[in-house]
Design a protein around this ligand. Sequence first.
Ligand code: SAM
Ligand code: SF4
Length: 334
Amino acid sequence: MTSPAPLVDQFQRCISYLRLSVTDRCDLRCAYCMPERMAFLPRKEVLSLEELHRLALGFIARGITKLRLTGGEPLVRRDMIELVRALGRKLGEGLEELTLTTNGTRLAEFAEDIFAAGVRRINVSLDTLDRETFKRLSRRDSLPQVLEGLRAAKAAGLRVKLNTVALKGVNEAEIPDIIAWAHGQGFDATLIEVMPLGEVEEDRFDHYLPLMAVRADLERRWTLAPSGHRTGGPARYWDVRETGGRLGLITPLTNNFCDGCNRVRVTATGQLYACLGGDERVDLRAALRGPDPDMALSQALDVAMRIKPARHHFTIEAPGAAPALARHMSMTGG
Ligand code: SAM
Ligand code: SF4
């Protein structure tokens, strides 16, 4: 038996947080995330419910205490709620928090079940409150469904953090309204810079909006006090005095946040990416489909700890440049 030692990388960072993608599929086509004609994977490539469960248990045995389910859109996977229920049973038994990131289109249907399974907080991605902009950006007319989903989440007792990708010339002018609306609903709000992941039809450089500039603009309108709140992730938080809410800023391109990194990501095909901004990876599916899955998985996690890089390699270098990494965010999850 390999010892169930905690996951510590070569830079002495303790890895306690797993983001697990349960599908590469999605019911939206956000222009910065994937092309309209996105080629999704054949289903046999994707981990089964049993494999996802086994994999998550293997991580929990090695000290992962926080697990976020993501995608693609996690709630489009048919057996997703079964996985949430199965993992919910590990809460208090190694697992401290189970969360998910969703686009919200199917939350109205699942919010109560998710809460009943033990999930208490979710991240919902919403880049605009304007139906036409939503339609243009996500290529689907789903804003009413998402708003209904947010109402259902709140009613079910889930704490919501709204994630908004800041996009020059798309939702730039709307950002203060989105934050004020979120805070009015009792939601936290976080802004994200667009990252160069995977080919899309447009040039992301055209829409890259540095959050330093957004923050300066917000500070002309509101009083932002640095908040002590930390999640071990890349977000830095501010309390907005006028709205009484919390604002997070995720600036992967303008700041470096790698020293305190506590996470790894696994794709729906079981590829562990040691860094969102790097290509270092380990094939956990091969381990899971081999003769001694639990042992092989644990050994693969040891390899992952040896290859996790010190820092990410993102840049949005120049107009028209190829993406820094070929894989889409929908593959590694957000
Ligand atoms: N479908 C779910 C959703 O939209 O919340 C979960 C997966 S999605 C890939 C997770 C997050 O990644 C979303 O907040 C999305 O806006 C963000 N995202 C996708 N592509 C991105 C990119 N190239 N740069 C920055 N954020 C991106
Ligand atoms: Fe789908 Fe989320 Fe990507 Fe939008 S950001 S296309 S909702 S995976």
